[in-house]
Design a protein around this ligand. Structure first.
Ligand SMILES: Cc1cc2nc3c(=O)[nH]c(=O)nc-3n(C[C@H](O)[C@H](O)[C@H](O)COP(=O)(O)OP(=O)(O)OC[C@H]3O[C@@H](n4cnc5c(N)ncnc54)[C@H](O)[C@@H]3O)c2cc1C
Length: 401
């Protein structure tokens, strides 16, 4: 990699690489075996590795501009996500995984003193996990103004009702907090109707209906759950920031999280390309290694081009977030949110093809990683919505003309 990283990033990356080599790659098989034995864990190996990461001070590396994190800029943190992304559960080892990172950032930015005192210490310590509940089966949720769950004031409480799905992280037994989006002021202007409220996972009326699957993977112990919130009563002080401010919070929440996902995808794609290269060098078909067939060479070259392009675009977006802020960087954030998952899907698909039928099996990580990359074309909004935004911002440049 020829990108000029800061001395601090280089030092952290070296330590992270060494930690992955010593502890994480050798534990991959054990992780999946433990998840198979106890679906909604968390697996003991994960807890063991978390303690090691904490001791090695590779902990809470996200959180730019905060006393709680390592104080890294987005440009400094992004390359570390790439290393973590090589093993898709590893970000949790360093307490840097979604949706906790986005939720922690939300609390730090918008939570009250008492909300933060209750929820933050355990989340920052990796003792508990959290979820973000927006999407609903009955409405097109890529347009968040459609969300129709309700949050109704009743004396000193709010009463929450709704049907949600694809709520990631609720499966984990350590999940204790759900940040919930719903309508609190139906008569208000479109972007002031919704609020976010904090709901304890164990509040009466919070029910999981079923885990959903992505191409058959339930992503245990994390999970993506269909849920019902049936007259869930929480104290009024659980309202985040204030009634009607849900969209304001959502805007602030998503930028950094998207960058983290995208950079992890770079690591994931790099690992799959590496597997592909190793495989095609050793398999012989029609008299020569598969790697020497021109179509394979072409795919390897194209994968290298796509990965490096995406990495540079992410670093540009991260640099803009650091220098001009998330709002001005919104085109770059949207561009990378489209580019990275599409790149990763393409590269992993080629890697699967190069492995023959084995690539589809669970003997290799490729099928699982393909499912992971594919879902990121929906999570945090589908490609089309981001493309629309990019297109509109491009056209806006010509408004005067
Ligand atoms: C694995 C996974 C995990 C997830 N985790 C969470 C979570 O933790 N919390 C949560 O709240 N949600 C989560 N989601 C849900 C995700 O955010 C939504 O799926 C996404 O916002 C799209 O909403 P929808 O599924 O309702 O699609 P719809 O809104 O019904 O859209 C369907 C399709 O319509 C097209 N479309 C939509 N808008 C436009 C447009 N403007 N122009 C052109 N075409 C358009 C797109 O192709 C889109 O895919 C997760 C999803 C997945 C797959």
């Amino acid at each position: 990699m020829d990108f000029e990283y800061s001395a601090r990033t280089r030092a952290l990356r070296e330590r992270l690489d060494a930690f992955m080599a010593e502890h994480v790659y050798p534990a991959e098989r054990r992780y999946f075996e433990e998840v198979a034995a106890d679906r909604w864990g968390p697996p003991p190996i994960l807890e063991e590795l978390k303690q090691r990461a904490k001791a090695a001070q590779l902990w809470n590396l996200f959180l730019p501009d905060s006393d709680h994190g390592a104080g890294l800029t987005n440009v400094e943190y992004a390359p570390l996500c790439e290393v973590m992304g090589r093993v898709h559960f590893s970000s949790q080892i360093f307490n840097c995984s979604a949706p906790d990172t986005g939720n922690i950032e939300t609390l730090i930015r918008y939570g009250s003193k008492s909300q933060n005192a209750r929820w933050l210490p355990k989340l920052l310590d990796g003792e508990t996990r959290s979820a973000f509940a927006m999407t609903e089966p009955e409405v097109a949720s890529s347009d968040a103004t459609n969300i129709r769950s309700t949050i109704v004031r009743d004396g000193d409480d709010y009463v929450v009702n709704g049907h949600k799905w694809w709520i990631s992280g609720v499966g984990d037994r350590n999940c204790e907090l759900i940040i919930f989006l719903g309508v609190s002021n139906a008569e208000a202007p479109k972007h002031n109707r919704h609020s976010m409220i904090l709901i304890p996972r164990n509040a009466p009326g919070v029910e999981v209906i079923r885990p959903l699957t992505v191409f058959g993977y339930d992503d245990a112990p994390h999970g993506h759950m269909e849920m019902v919130f049936d007259n869930v009563r929480v104290p009024a002080e659980n309202m985040l920031l204030g009634e009607g401010r849900g969209f304001e919070i959502a805007q602030g929440r998503l930028g950094p999280g998207r960058i983290h996902h995208c950079m992890r995808l770079i690591g994931l794609a790099e690992r799959c390309l590496e597997l592909m290269c190793r495989r095609v060098k050793s398999r012989i078909a029609f008299g020569r290694p598969i790697g020497e067939q021109s179509v394979t060479l072409e795919r390897i070259a194209e994968a290298r081009i796509l990965i490096d392009q995406a990495r540079l675009l992410i670093m540009k977006a991260a640099w803009m977030m650091d220098t001009v802020g998330n709002k001005v960087a919104r085109t770059e954030i949207a561009m990378i949110k489209v580019a990275a998952p599409n790149m990763a899907c393409k590269v992993i698909d080629w890697a699967i093809q190069a492995h023959g039928a084995a690539g589809l099996s669970e003997d290799f990580i490729l099928a699982n990683y393909y499912a992971h990359a594919r879902k990121l074309r929906f999570a945090d909004g589908p490609d089309e919505v981001h493309r629309n935004q990019i297109g509109r911002l491009e056209l806006a440049k010509y408004e005067a003309a």
